[in-house]
Design a protein around this ligand. Structure first.
Ligand code: ITT
Length: 199
Protein backbone atom coordinates (compact mmCIF):
# COMPACT_ATOMS: atom_id res chain seq x y z
CA UNK A 1 0.00 0.00 0.00
CA UNK A 2 1.23 3.51 -0.75
CA UNK A 3 2.04 5.83 2.12
CA UNK A 4 2.20 9.49 2.97
CA UNK A 5 4.52 11.06 5.51
CA UNK A 6 3.47 13.64 8.05
CA UNK A 7 6.66 15.59 8.62
CA UNK A 8 6.45 16.07 12.34
CA UNK A 9 8.33 14.92 15.40
CA UNK A 10 5.37 15.86 17.60
CA UNK A 11 3.56 12.63 18.46
CA UNK A 12 0.42 14.50 19.56
CA UNK A 13 0.08 15.91 16.06
CA UNK A 14 0.50 12.39 14.61
CA UNK A 15 -2.25 11.06 16.91
CA UNK A 16 -4.57 13.85 15.84
CA UNK A 17 -3.89 13.24 12.14
CA UNK A 18 -4.56 9.51 12.57
CA UNK A 19 -7.97 10.37 13.98
CA UNK A 20 -8.61 13.06 11.39
CA UNK A 21 -7.95 10.57 8.58
CA UNK A 22 -10.94 8.56 9.80
CA UNK A 23 -11.69 5.91 7.23
CA UNK A 24 -9.53 7.40 4.47
CA UNK A 25 -7.36 4.48 3.41
CA UNK A 26 -3.80 5.68 3.47
CA UNK A 27 -0.81 4.45 5.40
CA UNK A 28 0.38 7.42 7.49
CA UNK A 29 4.04 7.43 8.45
CA UNK A 30 5.75 10.11 10.51
CA UNK A 31 9.32 11.16 11.22
CA UNK A 32 9.36 8.49 13.95
CA UNK A 33 9.58 6.04 11.02
CA UNK A 34 12.63 7.92 9.65
CA UNK A 35 14.87 8.23 12.70
CA UNK A 36 17.80 9.69 10.73
CA UNK A 37 15.77 12.50 9.21
CA UNK A 38 18.02 15.55 9.62
CA UNK A 39 16.80 18.47 11.71
CA UNK A 40 15.43 21.26 9.49
CA UNK A 41 15.73 24.89 10.43
CA UNK A 42 12.29 26.48 10.64
CA UNK A 43 13.45 29.90 9.52
CA UNK A 44 10.30 30.97 7.66
CA UNK A 45 8.41 34.14 8.52
CA UNK A 46 4.95 32.60 8.51
CA UNK A 47 3.19 29.37 9.44
CA UNK A 48 2.85 28.54 5.73
CA UNK A 49 6.54 29.12 5.04
CA UNK A 50 7.60 26.90 7.93
CA UNK A 51 5.12 24.17 6.96
CA UNK A 52 6.51 24.30 3.41
CA UNK A 53 10.12 23.98 4.61
CA UNK A 54 9.27 20.86 6.63
CA UNK A 55 7.11 19.26 3.91
CA UNK A 56 9.69 19.81 1.15
CA UNK A 57 12.51 18.35 3.24
CA UNK A 58 10.45 15.28 4.15
CA UNK A 59 9.23 14.64 0.61
CA UNK A 60 12.86 14.57 -0.58
CA UNK A 61 14.30 12.57 2.29
CA UNK A 62 11.48 10.02 2.50
CA UNK A 63 10.97 9.83 -1.29
CA UNK A 64 7.25 9.99 -0.76
CA UNK A 65 4.43 12.52 -0.72
CA UNK A 66 4.60 14.44 2.52
CA UNK A 67 2.68 17.05 4.41
CA UNK A 68 3.74 19.18 7.34
CA UNK A 69 1.92 21.25 9.92
CA UNK A 70 3.20 24.46 11.39
CA UNK A 71 0.90 25.77 14.03
CA UNK A 72 0.66 27.99 17.05
CA UNK A 73 -1.26 30.36 19.23
CA UNK A 74 -1.86 34.03 18.36
CA UNK A 75 -2.86 36.13 21.35
CA UNK A 76 -4.52 39.48 20.60
CA UNK A 77 -3.22 41.37 23.65
CA UNK A 78 0.32 40.21 22.82
CA UNK A 79 0.13 41.48 19.24
CA UNK A 80 -0.11 37.94 17.89
CA UNK A 81 2.65 36.41 19.97
CA UNK A 82 3.81 33.69 20.49
CA UNK A 83 2.61 32.91 16.92
CA UNK A 84 5.19 31.04 14.86
CA UNK A 85 7.38 30.92 17.96
CA UNK A 86 4.80 28.97 19.98
CA UNK A 87 6.99 25.91 20.49
CA UNK A 88 10.10 28.05 21.13
CA UNK A 89 8.33 30.38 23.62
CA UNK A 90 9.67 28.34 26.58
CA UNK A 91 11.17 24.89 27.16
CA UNK A 92 8.20 22.75 28.24
CA UNK A 93 4.40 22.86 27.91
CA UNK A 94 4.15 23.77 31.61
CA UNK A 95 6.61 26.65 31.27
CA UNK A 96 4.98 27.90 28.07
CA UNK A 97 1.60 28.03 29.80
CA UNK A 98 3.03 29.71 32.91
CA UNK A 99 4.77 32.36 30.78
CA UNK A 100 1.62 33.01 28.77
CA UNK A 101 -0.54 33.41 31.88
CA UNK A 102 1.99 35.74 33.46
CA UNK A 103 2.20 37.89 30.30
CA UNK A 104 -1.60 38.17 30.32
CA UNK A 105 -1.89 38.99 34.01
CA UNK A 106 -4.06 42.07 34.51
CA UNK A 107 -5.00 42.25 30.82
CA UNK A 108 -8.70 42.35 30.08
CA UNK A 109 -8.47 41.14 26.50
CA UNK A 110 -7.81 37.40 26.55
CA UNK A 111 -8.86 36.70 22.95
CA UNK A 112 -6.68 34.22 21.08
CA UNK A 113 -6.72 31.91 18.09
CA UNK A 114 -4.94 28.75 17.15
CA UNK A 115 -3.61 28.72 13.59
CA UNK A 116 -2.52 25.68 11.61
CA UNK A 117 -0.85 25.78 8.21
CA UNK A 118 -0.46 22.57 6.25
CA UNK A 119 1.83 22.25 3.22
CA UNK A 120 1.71 19.26 0.90
CA UNK A 121 4.90 18.47 -1.02
CA UNK A 122 5.91 15.94 -3.62
CA UNK A 123 9.40 15.43 -5.07
CA UNK A 124 10.72 18.46 -3.20
CA UNK A 125 8.01 20.84 -4.50
CA UNK A 126 5.15 22.39 -2.57
CA UNK A 127 1.88 21.46 -4.25
CA UNK A 128 -0.38 23.62 -2.08
CA UNK A 129 -0.75 25.16 1.36
CA UNK A 130 -3.84 25.44 3.56
CA UNK A 131 -4.70 27.27 6.75
CA UNK A 132 -7.26 26.67 9.49
CA UNK A 133 -8.04 28.66 12.63
CA UNK A 134 -10.13 28.37 15.75
CA UNK A 135 -11.03 31.40 17.87
CA UNK A 136 -11.32 31.44 21.64
CA UNK A 137 -10.07 32.89 24.91
CA UNK A 138 -7.20 32.17 27.28
CA UNK A 139 -8.48 31.01 30.67
CA UNK A 140 -7.17 32.35 33.98
CA UNK A 141 -5.69 28.96 34.92
CA UNK A 142 -5.05 25.63 33.16
CA UNK A 143 -7.99 23.20 33.12
CA UNK A 144 -7.90 19.56 31.97
CA UNK A 145 -5.08 17.32 30.87
CA UNK A 146 -6.26 16.26 27.42
CA UNK A 147 -4.64 17.36 24.18
CA UNK A 148 -1.20 18.97 24.32
CA UNK A 149 0.61 22.30 24.30
CA UNK A 150 -1.60 25.25 25.17
CA UNK A 151 -4.83 23.18 25.14
CA UNK A 152 -5.47 23.44 28.94
CA UNK A 153 -5.69 27.26 28.72
CA UNK A 154 -7.56 27.58 25.42
CA UNK A 155 -11.36 27.74 25.58
CA UNK A 156 -12.86 27.71 22.09
CA UNK A 157 -15.78 30.07 21.41
CA UNK A 158 -19.14 28.42 22.09
CA UNK A 159 -17.82 26.01 24.75
CA UNK A 160 -17.44 26.22 28.54
CA UNK A 161 -14.51 23.83 28.59
CA UNK A 162 -10.93 24.11 27.41
CA UNK A 163 -9.37 21.90 24.73
CA UNK A 164 -7.72 20.15 27.69
CA UNK A 165 -11.16 19.25 29.09
CA UNK A 166 -13.19 18.65 25.93
CA UNK A 167 -13.23 15.12 24.48
CA UNK A 168 -10.68 14.62 21.70
CA UNK A 169 -13.54 14.15 19.20
CA UNK A 170 -14.78 17.66 19.93
CA UNK A 171 -11.34 19.22 19.50
CA UNK A 172 -10.87 17.21 16.31
CA UNK A 173 -14.15 18.48 14.89
CA UNK A 174 -13.46 22.22 15.34
CA UNK A 175 -9.71 22.68 15.71
CA UNK A 176 -7.38 24.75 13.52
CA UNK A 177 -5.74 21.44 12.54
CA UNK A 178 -9.07 19.78 11.63
CA UNK A 179 -10.04 22.77 9.49
CA UNK A 180 -6.73 23.00 7.63
CA UNK A 181 -6.72 19.23 7.13
CA UNK A 182 -10.29 19.22 5.74
CA UNK A 183 -9.18 21.70 3.05
CA UNK A 184 -6.09 19.61 2.31
CA UNK A 185 -8.14 16.43 1.93
CA UNK A 186 -10.59 18.23 -0.37
CA UNK A 187 -7.67 19.42 -2.52
CA UNK A 188 -6.15 15.94 -2.71
CA UNK A 189 -9.51 14.39 -3.63
CA UNK A 190 -10.38 17.06 -6.22
CA UNK A 191 -7.05 17.99 -7.76
CA UNK A 192 -4.61 15.18 -7.35
CA UNK A 193 -6.27 12.30 -9.14
CA UNK A 194 -3.45 12.76 -11.66
CA UNK A 195 -1.11 11.24 -9.11
CA UNK A 196 -3.19 8.08 -9.28
CA UNK A 197 -3.04 5.96 -6.19
CA UNK A 198 0.04 7.69 -4.78
CA UNK A 199 -2.26 9.41 -2.29
P1 ITT B 1 7.04 19.75 14.47
O1 ITT B 1 7.69 21.05 14.01
O2 ITT B 1 7.98 18.59 14.47
O3 ITT B 1 5.75 19.46 13.75
P2 ITT B 1 6.40 21.24 16.91
O4 ITT B 1 5.62 20.86 18.13
O5 ITT B 1 7.71 21.96 17.12
O6 ITT B 1 6.62 19.91 16.04
P3 ITT B 1 5.41 23.61 15.60
O7 ITT B 1 6.75 24.14 15.26
O8 ITT B 1 4.30 23.70 14.58
O9 ITT B 1 5.47 22.07 15.98
O10 ITT B 1 4.93 24.30 16.96
C1 ITT B 1 3.61 24.24 17.31
C2 ITT B 1 3.44 24.60 18.78
O11 ITT B 1 2.21 25.35 18.92
C3 ITT B 1 3.24 23.34 19.59
O12 ITT B 1 4.46 22.85 20.11
C4 ITT B 1 2.29 23.81 20.69
O13 ITT B 1 3.00 24.45 21.70
C5 ITT B 1 1.44 24.82 19.94
N1 ITT B 1 0.25 24.16 19.35
C6 ITT B 1 0.03 23.88 18.03
N2 ITT B 1 -1.12 23.22 17.87
C7 ITT B 1 -1.64 23.06 19.10
C8 ITT B 1 -2.79 22.43 19.58
O14 ITT B 1 -3.63 21.78 18.79
N3 ITT B 1 -3.00 22.45 20.90
C9 ITT B 1 -2.16 23.07 21.72
N4 ITT B 1 -1.03 23.66 21.37
C10 ITT B 1 -0.76 23.67 20.05
Amino acid sequence: MSFIVVATANKHKVDEYKKLLGDIEVDLKSLADFPNFPEVEENGKSFKENASIKAVAASKYCQAPAFADDSGLEVEALDGRPGIYSSRYAATDGERIAKLLSELEGKENRRARFVCAIAIAFNGEVLETFEGTVEGTITLAPRGDGGFGYDPVFQPDGYDQTFGELPAEVKNSISHRARAFASAVEFVEDELSLLGDTF
